[in-house]
Every structure is written in C-alpha cells, then in structure tokens.
Design a protein around this ligand. Structure first.
Ligand code: GDP
Length: 296
C-alpha cells in the first residue's frame, strides 16, 4: 500500500512531467513534503532539520535523480534512513551481569514507568525464564508503591516492600541484598517521576544509579509527548548513562515521531514499545514498521 507521502511525491513528480529529467529543485520540493510529514508526526524541529540534511545528500545521488520513479525512490531512501536512525537490529534487555542484573527505570511521572516495570517483569519471566524482583523507590507517592505491588502480582514476579518514610537509596540497597540472598536473576527498580524535569529528583536518580550500578538504565517516554519528548530526553541523558528507551502509548493516535527525536537525542536504542495498558502490552520495537507509521 502506498503511503500518504508516496502519493504526495508521486503527484509532485507528475507535475514535473515534460521535463527530460528531474532537477535539484524538484528534489527540494519533494524534501519539503518529507519535512512536512515528519513535522506532522511530531518529530522535533532540530531533529527534522538534521534528518533532512542527511537524506538530501543521498537524494541528490543517482538513485533519485536518475530514477524513472523518483518519488518512490525518495520514499525508499527516507524509509531506510528512518529505520536506520531508529533501530539497530534486535535490542532485547541486556542481562550480562553478576545476578541480580539490575534494571533502573527512569522517566517523567505518567510516562508509564510502573506499568512498564511490570510488563518487563512478565517479559523476562516468560521469554527469558528469569526470577524477577521489583521494588519502588517512589517515596513521594504511596499510591505508586501500591500500584507496583498490584501489577507485579499480575506479572507473576515478586515485589519487595518499601514505605514513604524510607530513603530511596536504603530501599534500593535493601532490595539488592534481598535479591542476592534469594537468588533472583533480575531486580527491576521503579523510580519517582515528576511532571517536569526537577533537579532534586535528577540527583536522587543519579545517586540510585551510583549505588545500584544497573546493567540497564531505561528511559521510559510517552509517545504522545511529541515535541516535548526532546527536552525530557536531553535532561535524562545528561543525568544518566541511558542504555535503552521504552516508548509507551504507541496504541494512541500519535504518529510516533517522538521515537526519532528521542533516539537521536539520547543515542540509546529503542528497545520496547508499550502498546496497551495491559500487562502483556509490550512489544519489541520494530524500527522498520515504525518508519512507515511516522511517514503516515
Ligand atoms: P508512571 O507514573 O511513569 O509510573 O506511569 P504509570 O505506569 O502509572 O502509567 C501512567 C498511565 O499510562 C496509566 O494509566 C497506565 O495505564 C498508562 N499506560 C502506560 N503504558 C501504556 C501504554 O503503552 N499504552 C496505554 N494506552 N497506556 C499506558
């Protein structure tokens, strides 16, 4: 099925009919359509600029200028470049650590950290046959601790209790000790989020990272955040050595341009996509399929 972008480009090419061959100016016109498509998908502006510059270089080569179907040739280049930017083969969770392998979950409040923690627990139990412990370091919201308890049970993992009067660092160390003594393979650490970037909170998660030395530090980000995802991603990347991204709420109606922005800003691979509120709503991220979605 031709994408909306392919159709637009094909129309442009038809307007060029009569010309012996397409020109650099024609390619510019086509790139303008690509730019629009990316902006409509909510890819952040600086990321779009960078991306178009890269595509332009390739588009001015023979592949497009010399093609009988330059519109389609350009869409091919755009698709390939999108997929290459967003993905690098299969990127499952890395568990290459002395057990328990610690996975630290980072992100804004409401991004889907707690839900994703339970989804990952289920994934690791079912697909990787691991024994999984979860713990919440969110001492600001007792409801968040309870929420993790509930979803952990649904996932079939074990939950380590924590209370709002404890320090996150002590909670983490307690859980780590328990996980070691009881031979857990993986410890998933859910953390506090805020509605916006907050220095105190960033310091707290940095301290947690220092005591836990996680093998994975996952940045959980809401695909519906669109343009704002860039600033959030920047702040988390500066605070933490991110090893992967989980893009949540891809079942929403966004075109998911945040994937491209966040990937480019953090340099970390997008490992999973959240596709429902349910505990089994987690998929391994498919860059090629997602490229098609962004182009609409
Ligand atoms: P946290 O504050 O980062 O821990 O976020 P939560 O895990 O509490 O999630 C916030 C809201 O987003 C909840 O209502 C979740 O059910 C919902 N949610 C999380 N992930 C997804 C997803 O992939 N798809 C949908 N539709 N909802 C999600």
């Amino acid at each position: 099925m031709a994408s909306a972008l392919t159709e637009k480009l094909t129309r442009l090419v038809k307007e060029m009919r009569g010309q012996a061959r397409i020109t650099e100016a024609n390619v510019q016109d086509m790139l303008r359509e690509v730019r629009m498509a990316l902006l409509e998908a909510d890819v952040a502006l600086p990321v779009v600029r960078d991306f178009i510059a890269r595509v332009k270089e390739k588009a001015l080569g023979q592949e497009v200028l010399g093609s009988l179907k330059p519109g389609q040739a350009l869409v091919g280049i755009v698709n390939k470049e999108l997929a290459a930017t967003m993905g690098e083969g299969v990127a499952d969770i890395n568990l290459n650590a002395q057990p328990p392998a610690v996975i630290l979950m980072a992100g804004l409040q409401g991004a889907g950290k707690t839900t994703t923690t339970a989804k990952l627990a289920k994934h690791l139990i079912e697909k990787r046959k691991k024994k999984v412990l979860t713990v919440s370091g969110d001492v600001y919201r007792p409801a968040a601790i309870e929420q993790l308890k509930t979803v952990t049970k649904q996932a079939g993992a074990e939950w380590f209790p924590s209370t709002p009067d404890q320090k996150p660092r002590d909670i983490a160390l307690g859980a780590l000790d328990y996980a070691k003594k009881h031979f857990f393979d993986v410890l998933l650490v859910d953390t506090a989020g805020r509605l916006a970037i907050d220095e105190v909170l960033m310091q707290e998660i940095k301290d947690l990272h220092a005591v836990l030395t996680p093998v994975e530090t996952l940045f959980v980000v809401d695909a519906m955040q669109g343009q704002d995802a860039v600033n959030t991603a920047k702040a988390f990347k500066e605070a933490l050595p991110l090893t992967g991204i989980v893009l949540t709420k891809l079942d929403g109606d966004s075109r998911g341009g945040a994937a491209l922005s966040v990937r480019q800003v953090t340099g970390a691979p997008i490992k999973f996509a959240g596709v429902s509120e349910k505990i089994d709503g987690l998929e391994v991220f498919d860059a090629e399929r997602h490229a098609g979605r962004i182009l609409g």
